[in-house]
Design a binder for this molecule. Sequence first.
Ligand code: KIV
Length: 266
Amino acid sequence: MSKPNSPMTVPNFIKAKSEGRKLAVLTAYDFLWAGLFDQAGVDAILVGDSLGMVVQGHSTTLPVTLDEIIYHAKTVMRAVKQALVVVDMPFLSFQVSPAQAIENAGRILKETGAAAVKLEGGVNQARTIAALAEADIPVMAHVGLKPQSVHKLGGMKVQRDEQRLLADARAAQQAGAFAIVLELIPRQISAEITRELSIPTIGIGAGPDCDGQVLVNCDMLGLTEGFRPKFVKRFAELRTEATRAVQQYVTEVRSGAFPSDEQSHH
Ligand code: KIV
């Protein structure tokens, strides 16, 4: 796996689009996995508020707090040497006002050392994206399915309103976002947005024509139980392998086969 020679920066992330380099992004929430993904060559790591569901066990991302995401981002930052680290702004950490968003995004950058934040929104958050950009805080926008809007949307559904999606993407770029996540939208629409925008589009469930892709790490590693949406490819089946290892450990401890003399000090 080829690794970049120098740490990924926001300008280099943007440049990847004009150079035709696809961007590979994964979520990470801790030191162990972030270090592994970084060494494996991902371009960026997203400390996503999906941690509310896959790490904390909530049914939505809404309960995640700013302090919690900062805690996870700090552990990620201790491991990452090359990838760009982007930290999600949790529900109600930016929606109240642009001033609140600057204060909270500022806390994220100051306390974690990460280079950028992500927030869910397009037209409705254009003022906030512009305020962050004016404060020199790099911001990745997120349109299409916005998990923080799950109650308004009535579920995690494919978003098909082409005019609205285009307007959201244009507004985010116009306001100064350096990149944009397109979540759960038909591939024809994400292709059109990708063609039109000059900033990179990072798709999740948005087809192959985006400038990059992002997946939730537990989904692509096959660690998630039950959750098998169409857009997720399981690149490994780690849940099966980890379960097998733990079952063998339990059996060997109970039978006395572990530890053996080989694992004993003399
Ligand atoms: O929170 C998250 O992990 C995300 C990605 C799914 C894009 O927002």
